[in-house]
Design a protein. Sequence first.
Length: 450
Amino acid sequence: MTTKARTNVREAAMDLLVTIEKNQSYSNLLLNHAINNNQISQKDIGLLTELTYGTLQRRMALDFFLKPYIKDHKKLADWIIHLLRLTVYQMVYLDRIPDRAAIYEAVEIAKKRGHKGIAGLVNGVLRSIQREGLPSLNEVSDPIERLSLETSHPLWLVGRWVSQFGYDKTKEMCEINLTAPMQIARVNLTKISRDECAQVLEEEGFEIEKSPIIPEAIRSLKGNLATSIAFKYGMFTIQDESSMLAAYALGAEKNEFVLDACAAPGGKSTHIAEKMQNTGEVISVDLHQHKVRLINENARRLGLSNIKTNVSDSRLLQEKFKQETFHRILLDAPCSGLGVMRRKPDMKYTKTEKDLERLSSIQQSLLTSVAPLLKKGGTLVYSTCTVDKEENEHTVKTFLENNPEFEGDLSFKNRMPEAIQPLITGFDLQIFPQDFGSDGFYIAALKRKV
Ligand SMILES: C[S@@+](CC[C@H](N)C(=O)[O-])C[C@H]1O[C@@H](n2cnc3c(N)ncnc32)[C@H](O)[C@@H]1O
C-alpha cells in the first residue's frame, strides 16, 4: 500500500465519521457510498471499514483517553476531533500500524485540511499520548461507569441492562458488540440445497461454512455475498441467524394464509414463503411504499409467487381484513434495535431511554390491532431485534393480561432448530449476541385459544 493511498483512506474515514455524526445517518449506508465515491481500492476497503467502524465503536473510550490532552474540546472543529479519535484508535487497538506511521498520517491530513497551527496541535496531542501513555480506566471506580467507558456503551444503557440481566451478562454483551459480525445467508431451499449453494459460492471464490444453528444457513468467511452471481439468481437471502428463528417459531405450513404485519424489506416474509414451498399466501404489510417495493424485489429475485404486498398501517388492518382471517401472524415489530449494535455502531450514541418508552407503546398497539385477525387456534409470533425487557417481555405480558383469549404457546420449542431448544423454557426466548455470535433477538409465540 502506498503512503498516498493510506492517507486517502484515513482522510475518507475522517470525512465519513464527520458526516455520520453530523447527519446521524446510518454508518453502513454511508460507508458503501464513500467506497464508491472515493474509488477506494479493493484492498483498502477493509482498512476503511475497520477505521470507521472501530473508531465509532470505541468512541467513548477514545474520548476518555484524549480528555487529559485536549484543553478545550469545544473550541476544536469537528474534523480535528474525529482525526484525533481515528489516530488514537490506530495507536491503541491496531497492532499492525506503528504509532509513528499513524501520527505522521494524521499530521499530513491536518496540514492539508487546516493550517500549520492545527498540524502542530494534532502533532502535540498525539506525541504527548505516545510519550506519557493513556489514562487508566481503572481510575474509574464505579463498575457500571467503567464498563460503559471501556466498551463505549452509554451509561444509561449499561445501567439499564445491568438491572435487567445482571452485570456479567451485560459485560459479555457489551464486549461482543465491539467485534465485527459475520455475514450470514439463508439458502432458498425452493431453488437449491444448502450443500449445492455452498458449492456454487465456493466455485465463485467465496469461503463458506455451514451454520451449526440453522439448517438452511451458511456463513461467509471471505467475501461479500451480495456481490455474487448466486445472489442475483435468488439462491439465498442475506439474513442473520437470529432473524431466521422467527419463521421457525411461526411454523407456517403449506397452503396456509399468513400475515406478516411489519414486513419490509421482506427477510422474514420470504423465509416464511419458502417454508410454505411457494404455496398458500403470505400477506406482507409495511407502512412505507418504498420499503414495500423492496419486498416485491426480493420475492421476485427469489422466485416466490406466494407473497402479496400491501402498503398500510397495520394498526388499521381491521378495515381491510375480517376478524379470524389468518392461520398465523408474525409481528416483527419496530424496535430500538439494541441487538444489532455491532452492525450499526453509530446507534449507540443516538438512542435514548425515551425512544424505548415510545416504541413500547407502538408495539403494544400493533399487537392489539392485529390479534383479532388471527383464527382461533392460530399462532401469533411477536419478535424484535432488541435486548430490552420493556419492549419484549413486558409488551407480551401486558398483551396477555389484556387479551385473555390468547395464551403462551409452550409447544413452540418443538418447532425450533435443535441447537436452540436447550435455551427455551417457556413460550418466549431472548437471544443475546454472545449466545451464538448472532444478533440479539426476542421471540414470543402465542396461541389464540380455540
Ligand atoms: C423490524 S422491521 C421489519 C423487518 C422485516 N420483518 C424483515 O425481516 O425484513 C419493522 C418494520 O415495521 C414497519 N412499521 C413500523 N410501523 C408500522 C405500522 N404501524 N404498520 C406497518 N408497518 C410498520 C417499518 O417500516 C419497518 O419496515
